[in-house]
Design a protein around this ligand. Structure first.
Ligand code: GDP
Length: 444
C-alpha cells in the first residue's frame, strides 16, 4: 500500500531531517518535491495545490520547538495535513436506527461490491455482534445472486432465498419483510453493478433507496483506477445520497491517488479499505494510521508531539565512553548540543560538563541564548562527514560555505570551532587523569 509514494516522501524528508535549521528555500524545495510525489501518486491537481500551499505556509511561519529539529517539525506538519486531507477522524458506520438497519451497497461491476458486502457483513457479525442478512438485487448478471449466497455460507451470514424472475425493488421489499420477521439487526442490499455509470442503473438504485430507506449507502470503488474512482464517486453522489466509500484493492495500490483525493474532491468519507481477496481483508479507514503508513515516520510524529525533554540514553552512554577515551569530534559535540536542548537548555547545564563552564560563561557574556544551540547544530549539519570527524579540514572557503549552508556567519562557525577545540582539549586532560569515573552518570 502506498509504497511508491511512501518512498518518494521518505527521500524528501530524509534530506530535511538532519538539519538544525531550515531556511525558506529548504522548505520550498522540499515542497516542490512533495508536489511532484503527490502528482505521480495520481492525486487530483487542485488537492495537491491546496495541500502544498497549506503546508508551505505552516512550515515557514512556525516557531521552532525545543528538542526537535525544524526538519522533524515539517514532517509533523505534513503528517497533519495528510490526515486532514484523508478526512480527519475515522468515519464509522452509523447504524443507530430501528432495526433492521439497511446498508445499500452500490458501485460499478468488478469494483469488488459483492465481496465487500460479504466482508462488511462478516465484520458486523463478528466484531459488533450483529445479526446480519444479505440480499442480492443484481438480476442482470446471471451468477450474481448465487455468488452472494456462496459468500454468505463462507462467512456464516444468512442470505435471502433466491426467487428467479423478481425485480430489484421486489427483492428489496421481500428482504425487508424477511429481515423484520427474523429480527435481523442489519440488512445489506447488494445492488446491481453496471459497466458504466448509466441512467438505468441510477434509476434502479434510487427506486431501491426510496423503498428501503438505507441508513448507509456505501459506494464501492477500485483504488487501482485512481482518479477514475474519484470521478465515479462524483457521478454517484450526484444521484444518491452516499454516506461513505469503500475503497477496494488498496493492497495493490502503490500510488494512493484515489485514497488521497477522494475526501477532498467528493466530500465523502472513506469508511472501509479493502486489502485483499480474503473475506477478512477489510479495515475501517483510519486517516491517522494511513498517513502514518504513507510517511513511515510515526516515530518522529510522536516525538514532535511530545516535544518533551527526553534524553537519548544510548547516545549519552556512547558519548561518555568516547569522552573518557579523549575522543571528541563534531558528531560528539552535536550529540552534546542536542542533549543540552533536551535537558532544558544552557541554563540547566551550568558546570555539569568539563570545558562547558568556560564555554557557557563565554556564551552568556556575548548574550547568547538557547537558540544558539540550534544554530550550532545547523552549522555542524552543513559540514561534510569528514569535516565532522576532523574539523581542522575546514579551510576559509569551506567555512564560508558552511556558514551559508546553515544560515549563519563565518564568525559563528569560528566560535563553534573554538568551542569544540576547548572541549576536545578538556577531554584529553580527562583521559590523562585516568578517565572520569561516573561521567556516564552525568548523562544517564
Ligand atoms: P463486483 O462485480 O463489484 O461485485 O466485484 P466482486 O466482489 O465480484 O470482486 C471482483 C474481484 O475482485 C474478485 O475476484 C474479488 O476477490 C476481488 N477483490 C475484491 N476486493 C478486493 C480487494 O480489496 N483486494 C483484492 N486484491 N481483490 C479484491
Amino acid at each position: 500500500m502506498f509504497d511508491s509514494l511512501s518512498d518518494r516522501l521518505g527521500g524528501v524528508f530524509d534530506r530535511l531531517r538532519g538539519r538544525g535549521a531550515l531556511s525558506e528555500d529548504d522548505v520550498r524545495g522540499a515542497m516542490r518535491e512533495v508536489r511532484i510525489a503527490l502528482l505521480e501518486a495520481d492525486v487530483a491537481l487542485p488537492v495537491v495545490r491546496r495541500f502544498v500551499d497549506n503546508v508551505t505556509e505552516l512550515a515557514i511561519g512556525q516557531s521552532v520547538l525545543r528538542s526537535v529539529t525544524p526538519g522533524q517539525q515539517v514532517v509533523k506538519i505534513v503528517n497533519d495535513a495528510l490526515v486532514e486531507m484523508l478526512g480527519g477522524g475515522t468515519a464509522e458506520l452509523d447504524l443507530v436506527a430501528t432495526p433492521p438497519v439497511v446498508i445499500m451497497m452500490v458501485g460499478l461491476q468488478g469494483s469488488g461490491k459483492t465481496t465487500s458486502t460479504a466482508k462488511i457483513a462478516k465484520l458486523l457479525k463478528e466484531k459488533h455482534g450483529k445479526k446480519v442478512m444479505m440480499a442480492s438485487l443484481d438480476v442482470n448478471r446471471p451468477a450474481a445472486q448465487e455468488q452472494l449466497k456462496v459468500l454468505g455460507e463462507q462467512v456464516g451470514v444468512a442470505t435471502l432465498p433466491i426467487i428467479v424472475g423478481q425485480l430489484p425493488v421486489e427483492i428489496a421489499t421481500r428482504a425487508l419483510n424477511a429481515a423484520k420477521l427474523q429480527a435481523v439487526d442489519v440488512l445489506m442490499l447488494d445492488t446491481a453493478g453496471r459497466l458504466h455509470v448509466d441512467q438505468a442503473l441510477m434509476d434502479e438504485m434510487k427506486a431501491v433507496s426510496a423503498i428501503s430507506v438505507p441508513k448507509e449507502t456505501l459506494l464501492v470503488v477500485d483504488a487501482l483506477t485512481g482518479q477514475d474512482a474519484v470521478n465515479v464517486a462524483q457521478s454517484f453522489s450526484g444521484e444518491v445520497d452516499l454516506t461513505g466509500i469503500v475503497l477496494t484493492r488498496m493492497d495493490g495500490d502503490a500510488r494512493g491517488g484515489a485514497a488521497l483525493s477522494m475526501r477532498a474532491v467528493t466530500g465523502k468519507p472513506i469508511k472501509f479499505a479493502g486489502t485483499g481477496e480474503k473475506l477478512d481483508a477489510i479495515e475501517p479507514f483510519h486517516p491517522e494510521r494511513v498517513a502514518g503508513r504513507i510517511l513511515g515516520m510515526g516515530d518522529i510524529v510522536s516525538m514532535v508531539e511530545k516535544a518533551a525533554a527526553t534524553i537519548q540514553v544510548e547516545d549519552a552512554e556512547k558519548l561518555a565512553a568516547r569522552m573518557s577515551k579523549g575522543q571528541f569530534d563534531m558528531n560528539d559535540l552535536r550529540t552534546q548540543l542536542r542533549q543540552m536542548q533536551n535537558m532544558g537548555g544552557l541554563g540547566a547545564l551550568a558546570g555539569m560538563m568539563p570545558g562547558m563552564k568556560k564555554a557557557k560563561a563565554a556564551m552568556a557574556q556575548s548574550g547568547m541564548d538557547d537558540r544558539v544551540l540550534l544554530r550550532m547544530d545547523a552549522i555542524i549539519g552543513s559540514m561534510t562527514v569528514k569535516e565532522r570527524e576532523k574539523p581542522e579540514l575546514l579551510n576559509a572557503k569551506r567555512k564560508i560555505r558552511v556558514a551559508k549552508g546553515s544560515g549563519t556567519q563565518v564568525q559563528d562557525v569560528n566560535k563553534l570551532l573554538k568551542m569544540h577545540q576547548e572541549m576536545a582539549k578538556a577531554m584529553k586532560q580527562i583521559k590523562k587523569m585516568g578517565g572520569l569515573k561516573g561521567l556516564g552518570a552525568l548523562f544517564g
